[in-house]
Design a protein around this ligand. Structure first.
Ligand SMILES: [Zn+2]
Length: 349
């Protein structure tokens, strides 16, 4: 394993960020290459733990000469967000200076323009330097996995339509409960990678895959889970010939696959204390009570009940127990288009 880093000049004199890059050199130039990163939203740490144990397993495989394709790992992709500790809370989703979501506004460039991506680096704000460096590294790989998490959630992934169903091997080996088929209409990291590949003069490569993996909820950070999830990724690498070991026989993936239009994003229209009646992983029927918000506790008439708009699977819910108006309560993977209109792109800001 080789360790490098890239530097980001801060927006203030004397401030500099360093992002470690761990590289495993493959022995087969024809094998697919992989880029993985975690904690782009800096307070989403299950993926960082997964990549820590993935590197441990890869070092063992490296010693045995079993790494076929180059593997690049950035376990803590966002030191700017990691440092945003305000009133004891780590706020890692938005950059405080400009209110940018760290996983939006990635440059949408053609694949051929990737070589000039870093040329304007010194004139960019720190957050944009970070984005150009991450995208630049990702576009050198055939397979790009961006590890995030939800608030409280099952293990699920966003995958652009064009990579499905070829990505079923990832769903099976990573043990995904659900796949959300995205429309490719946002400027999230994953979709900037897909955009570049779509705008590429070279013939389309069947090896390519990019996905945002949501490793459950923010608090699902444990050694046992991270080791098992890392083993799932190694198994995926075996399936794709990145690790030259015989893959285990795979059974047909049994998870739920849903286009974004069929996801019910339930939002609060009042504020108060939320009582959930359903857990992540529960199946709900249309009209079933899923949550209650106590708007004025102690008074019987002041509570707001929320019901499932259609039957489906509860994939995620808020870890917060006080909600404000328009806060997200729950995501339900349904079977038909939601009546709530969705803007193209991502499900949330
Ligand atoms: Zn995230």
């Amino acid at each position: 394993m080789e360790i490098n880093e890239f530097k980001i000049q801060g927006d203030t004199n004397g401030v500099e960020w360093r992002v470690p890059i761990l590289r495993f050199k493959g022995h087969d130039p024809k094998a697919p290459t992989v880029y993985l990163q975690a904690a782009l939203h800096a307070d989403e740490l299950p993926g960082t733990a997964v990549l820590h144990f993935l590197c441990e397993q890869l070092r063992g495989l490296e010693k045995q000469g079993l790494i076929a394709g180059d593997i690049t790992v950035v376990p803590s992709a966002n030191p700017i967000g990691a440092d945003q500790k305000i009133f004891s809370l780590n706020l890692g989703r938005f950059e405080l200076g400009g209110r940018d979501n760290f996983n939006r506004s990635f440059p949408l460039i053609s694949y051929d323009d990737r070589v000039s991506l870093l040329s304007k680096d010194t004139t960019l704000k720190a957050v944009d330097q970070l984005k150009t460096h991450l995208l630049s590294m990702a576009l050198e790989a055939d397979i790009v996995l961006d590890l995030h998490c939800d608030s409280e959630a099952l293990l699920y992934a966003y995958i652009c339509n064009e990579f499905w169903p070829r990505a079923k091997d990832l769903a099976a080996t990573a043990g995904l409960d659900a796949v959300f088929l995205s429309d490719g209409e946002s400027s999230a990291f994953e979709e900037a990678v897909a955009y570049a590949w779509r705008n590429c003069k070279e013939p389309k490569s069947e090896q390519r895959l990019v996905s945002t993996l949501e490793y459950r909820g923010e608090r699902d950070v444990s050694q046992a889970m991270a080791k098992e999830d890392a083993s799932g990724l190694v198994e995926f690498f075996k399936q794709r010939g990145i690790v030259s070991e015989k893959p285990a026989p795979q059974t047909e993936w049994q998870g739920v696959v849903v286009p974004l239009d069929d996801i019910e994003v339930i939002r609060a229209d009042v504020s108060g204390t939320v009582l959930f009646h359903k857990n992540c992983g529960d199946k709900v029927d249309e009209g079933e009570l899923i949550a209650t918000v106590l708007t004025l506790p102690g008074r019987s008439e002041n509570q707001q009940d929320y019901f499932a708009p259609q039957s489906g699977l509860v994939v995620s819910r808020s870890m917060q127990r006080f909600v404000h108006v328009q806060d997200q309560l729950m995501k339900i993977a349904g079977h038909k288009a939601s009546k709530t209109k969705r803007k193209p792109g991502t499900l949330e800001q």
